[in-house]
Design a protein around this ligand. Structure first.
Ligand SMILES: Nc1ncnc2c1ncn2[C@@H]1O[C@H](COP(=O)(O)OP(=O)(O)O)[C@@H](O)[C@H]1O
Ligand SMILES: Nc1ccn([C@@H]2O[C@H](COP(=O)(O)OP(=O)(O)O)[C@@H](O)[C@H]2O)c(=O)n1
Length: 210
């Protein structure tokens, strides 16, 4: 079974995706890491994030070994990722990679922005995880502080709003709720309650614990 999870920044989609993958015994791909890794490759090479040819080449030669780099998780790389991810050639280069992952025999859980709309339009389950921008900023602010990257709450909120707008307004695979997605608003749901809401949907589509 393929479970596609989309949503805006810091909505809790990664937390939910990991937990569902563990519960149903499926492999998990955080597709945001791919875009973050393309951005980091460019920055390490001293290239401009808007250099489309360099970004496409970085996406084509992306190595999975690179996805464990701790620098990928920082807030600067989220912003950089949203710049390279608006480029159609970057998205095209990463598409096959993501589809191969989703094609694993038992299925997979993928989370990102365009999984239910573009990468896996036939996924058995599509979830759109969201929360108010203020609640998402509170969560990310707490997370970054806990990881030793203290940033002012207002700066985190501004980053989230700017990134949401860029992701929703771009021409290439903009952030949208797929027609057949179930929306889970986690503004007042903790991670446990969000997980329970998601398992009700998955179980209803024939999902079996792995
Ligand atoms: N339902 C929830 N309620 C409160 N905090 C949450 C919830 N889901 C996730 N979090 C926390 O919010 C932060 C962002 O979650 P994450 O799963 O990384 O979001 P995303 O993958 O959408 O960017 C993390 O620190 C995570 O532990
Ligand atoms: N499937 C995806 C995943 C991420 N992205 C881009 O990559 C950026 C970082 O994504 P992420 O999921 O790691 O970010 P967070 O939601 O964790 O903050 C997003 O702002 C998007 O611009 C995308 O365009 N498509």
């Amino acid at each position: 079974m393929v479970i596609a999870i989309d949503g805006p920044a810091a909505s809790g989609k990664g937390t939910l995706a990991k937990r569902l993958a563990l519960y149903y015994g499926l492999p998990h791909l955080d597709t945001g890491l791919l875009y973050r890794a393309v951005a980091l490759t460019l920055l390490d090479a001293g290239r401009d994030l808007a250099d489309e040819a360099a970004a496409a080449a970085a996406a084509q030669s992306l190595s999975p070994d690179f996805l464990g780099d701790p620098r990928l998780r920082g807030s600067a790389m989220g912003e950089a990722a949203s710049i390279v991810s608006a480029q159609g050639a970057v998205r095209a280069a990463l598409l096959d990679w993501q589809r191969r992952f989703a094609g694993a025999p038992a299925g997979a859980v993928l989370d990102g922005r365009d999984i239910g709309t573009v990468v896996c339009p036939d996924a058995a389950v599509k979830l759109f995880v969201t929360a108010s921008a203020e609640e998402r900023a509170r969560r990310r602010h707490r997370e970054l502080g806990g990881r030793g990257e203290p940033v002012a709450y207002e700066a985190v909120l501004a980053d989230i709003l700017r990134r949401d707008a860029r992701d929703a307004d771009r021409d290439a695979a903009p952030l949208r709720v797929a027609e057949d997605a179930v929306v889970i608003d986690t503004t007042s749901l903790d991670a446990e309650a969000a997980f329970r809401a998601a398992t009700r949907v998955v179980d209803g589509r024939g999902g079996e614990r792995g």
